[in-house]
Design a binder for this molecule. Structure first.
Ligand code: KIV
Length: 271
């Protein structure tokens, strides 16, 4: 039986089945129609409209500035392109920190105004009540612990989390709380592989790693990073599956040269 081929549309149930069968889950980000279409056609399981769009799409230094309206705008475009993957959207900074009701309302708004399949939010114990309320309304929630970029000003740097015993215990505890609160999966960002292994093995929900080693139930990367659109950004956990920055640069240079030299368009490209 080929479980992956049999799954026509990725749902929370399908992801749980993949974990049970020991089949790794794949996830990437997308912020626009064409990228979402390409990665969906290539067989990705989860497409995250991440608040990383603040960095890689809007050019901001952190994920903090992106708004609910902007997340909704991008998610609508992504969801239109996707046939198989599960589309998950980040609840942006300050859309759920104010109160449980505010987070609940914003999760509901995203689900109503886009065709997403679920939302993601950062934090463990401190967002457990919000996760409980959102999931009780039938909205799938993905947790996100470890390095949580919305708290960057509290952390002070993007260094890995969970290196010391206290932090590791807190992250392990947060992962259990997220599962108990009803999350269908959890992202583990930039934590030691040994801690991610312990968490993945102790949870029944899938743990999706980014910079969290090989033992997670799945992996997620930011698509422009793994496609090598910005070769200067190369942290240890990013593998460049392509170097699109170089390809785009030489294609554009060739186009400029052809237009300047009157080699484009030729007769076959004219009406
Ligand atoms: O916003 C994002 O892209 C994310 C991933 C890094 C997991 O949260």
């Amino acid at each position: 039986m080929n479980t992956e081929k049999e799954i026509k549309r990725i749902t929370t149930k399908a992801l749980s089945l993949l974990k049970k069968k020991g089949i790794k889950i794949t996830a990437l980000t997308a912020y626009d129609f064409i990228t979402a279409k390409l990665i969906d056609e290539a067989g990705i399981d989860i497409i995250l409209v991440g608040d990383s769009l603040s960095n890689v799409f809007q050019g901001n230094e952190t994920t903090l500035p992106v708004t609910m309206d902007e997340m909704i705008y991008h998610t609508k475009a992504v969801a239109k392109a996707v046939d198989r993957a599960m589309v998950v959207v980040d609840l942006p900074f300050m859309s759920y920190q104010l109160s449980v009701d505010e987070g609940f309302r914003n999760a509901g708004r995203i689900m109503k105004e886009t065709s997403a399949g679920g939302v993601k939010l950062e934090g463990g114990e401190r967002v457990a009540e919000t996760v409980r309320k959102i999931t009780q309304a039938g909205i799938p929630v993905m947790g996100h612990i470890g390095l949580t970029p919305q708290s960057i000003h509290q952390f002070g740097s993007y260094r890995e989390r969970g290196r010391n015993k206290e932090e590791a215990e807190e992250i392990l505890n947060d992962s259990k709380i997220m599962e108990e609160a009803g999350a269908f999966a959890i992202v583990l960002e930039k934590i030691p592989a040994s801690l991610a292994k312990k968490i993945s093995e102790s949870l029944t929900i899938p743990a999706i790693g980014i910079g969290a080693g090989m033992h997670c139930d799945g992996q997620i990367l930011v698509t422009p990073d793994m496609l090598g659109l910005n070769l200067e950004f190369h942290p240890r956990f990013v593998r460049h599956y392509a170097k699109l920055a170089e390809k785009i640069n030489s294609a554009v240079k060739k186009y400029v040269e052809d237009v300047k030299n009157k080699h484009f368009p030729d007769e076959s490209e004219s009406y």
